[in-house]
Write a protein that binds this ligand. Sequence first.
Ligand code: 13P
Ligand code: SF4
Length: 303
Amino acid sequence: MIRNIQDEILKLKKEKDICILAHSYQGAEILEVADFTGDSYQLSLMAEKTDASVVIMCGVRFMAETVKILSPQKKVILANPYAGCPMAEQMDKEIIENFKKENPDHAVVAYINTTASLKTVCDVCVTSASAVNVVKNMNKKNILFIPDCNLGSFVAKQVPDKNIKLMQGGCPYHSKVTEQEALKAKELHPDALFLVHPECVPAVTEKADFVGSTSAIMKFAKESDKKEFIIGTEISIVEHMQYMCPDKKFYPLSNNLICSDMKCTTLMDVYNCVLGNGGEEIILSEETIVKARNCIDKMIKLG
Ligand code: 13P
Ligand code: SF4
């Protein structure tokens, strides 16, 4: 049954000039029908490269908005309209506008997990993969990093010559993992390398053997000579890595590290989108696209 639906999707997307992008947190049945898979940085680069006239995003809303900002001429569909990122909704434009008025010597760096509207008042975007390089390469010394204070404090440690202010925001799933869970996982798997996403709290990332974005974690585990790994990010990565590297062992840092927004997209959602009657088309005003694009273009240039 799954195979039949996948075959239909593959046939229809070819006929209709559709490109399917899927974040690595999606289930295997969706990744298998995608043209490109990856973390949010890789997907934002792919969004620009594809010449398909329609793009279906299997991920969360800010990712679909990023595609629309980079390719306004394309029809961009979010496969499941309920897939939002709670972190992206944590901060209002007005807070940043006021901050900038009061602190004109600061640049505002926004994690890509923000709304298109918020990006219009920020100076540059980052993803977890590009954040350190982007911040290193900025001319301004004073920076406000929003909304993820965990990623922000990780960047601040890597780039000590910048003066980085943080605000209280973050991923409700990654940031809930506790130091105790990290210690427990390390105790249960003493031979495993501990790989952690920078959205986790400092008490967890400080115990890691490697801290990196989703794709960096996957690459590290694939290329490592070691045989066991504790995966400190969304639980689907454990399954994907186990499938990719059957000779190695992968353990979840926490069984609660499940992003319900990333998980709400189903294969049937994708099927309905390719049929032409599912998902939600992303519509953004020209002004939003132009202003938000400035922020994303700068990331691509500096990262
Ligand atoms: P990356 O895709 O940049 O690793 O970030 C993970 C994430 O939480 C996506 O929202
Ligand atoms: Fe947002 Fe966290 Fe889900 Fe990523 S894992 S989409 S940051 S809620």
